[in-house]
Design a protein. Structure first.
Length: 234
């Protein structure tokens, strides 16, 4: 039977995550400070390490006489806590040498998608969090070619917590593997009309001309004369 980590990483929308090595999770020095961010830290950690004797939802479920598995509201809450804890552990793991290597494989495979900018020529992207605090921002993707951040293309990634990747990951990744960083894009889109480049002033000239043609006519209100703009010319 698959362990909890494998099941989590293969769930819908979680394919941005890599499988964190069990040895990394068991090393408490890698978890310092997380017990203050995650309630029921010990129970959640036991679920991730499969210490309950089951995997996935079974790890937090109880069997009833007919052999079916009954999951309570508290069980679901604890499973969510385990997912949050794993996400925070994952953000630390992918900054390590071993974690970067696992993410490199996914990056080269294009598992994180491609830059939506046409002039980046389908450049591969990396996941990034806009905040290191869980629950604040969903995951985004970073393009190393144009140095911009975008929303993921697929809807299934729209609900993934960005804290599972953090703000530093892509930059650490290319420090570890500078040879895989693509050249910066120097191409810029040039607007044209019938093949001719459009000068920036072309967008402001019609407005100035239009305003110069606006006429006014006198209107008498309460015995005093006022100038009113002829709105038909606007």
């Amino acid at each position: 039977m698959d362990d909890w980590v494998h099941r989590f990483c293969t769930e819908l929308g979680n394919d941005f995550f890599c499988e964190v090595d069990k040895d990394f999770i068991k090393d408490y020095s890698n978890l310092v400070g997380l017990e203050e961010e995650v309630i029921q830290f010990e129970q959640a950690l036991d679920i991730i390490l499969d210490k309950h004797g089951y995997s996935g939802a079974e790890a937090i479920s109880s069997k009833i006489p007919n052999g079916l598995i009954q999951t309570t509201g508290n069980d679901k809450s604890l499973n969510k806590t385990a997912e949050k804890l794993y996400s925070l552990i994952h953000a630390r793991f992918i900054l390590s040498d071993r974690g970067c290597k696992k993410m490199l494989y996914k990056y080269l495979q294009g598992d994180f998608g491609h830059c939506p900018r046409v002039l980046c020529r389908n450049s591969n992207v990396l996941p990034i969090g806009m905040s290191d605090k869980p629950g604040e921002e969903t995951v985004k993707v970073y393009c190393p070619r144009c140095n911009e951040v975008y929303f993921p293309r697929l809807l299934k990634h729209s609900y993934v917590d960005g804290a599972g990747f953090g703000r530093s990951f892509p930059h650490m990744f290319f420090m570890v593997f500078p040879e895989y960083r693509p050249l910066k894009s120097t191409e810029k889109y040039t607007p044209r009309l019938h093949g001719f480049k459009i000068h920036p002033s072309a967008y402001t000239m019609p407005v100035k001309v239009k305003r110069s043609k606006v006429s006014t006519y006198p209107v008498r209100l309460n015995g005093s004369s006022h100038q009113r703009v002829n709105e038909s010319l606007l």
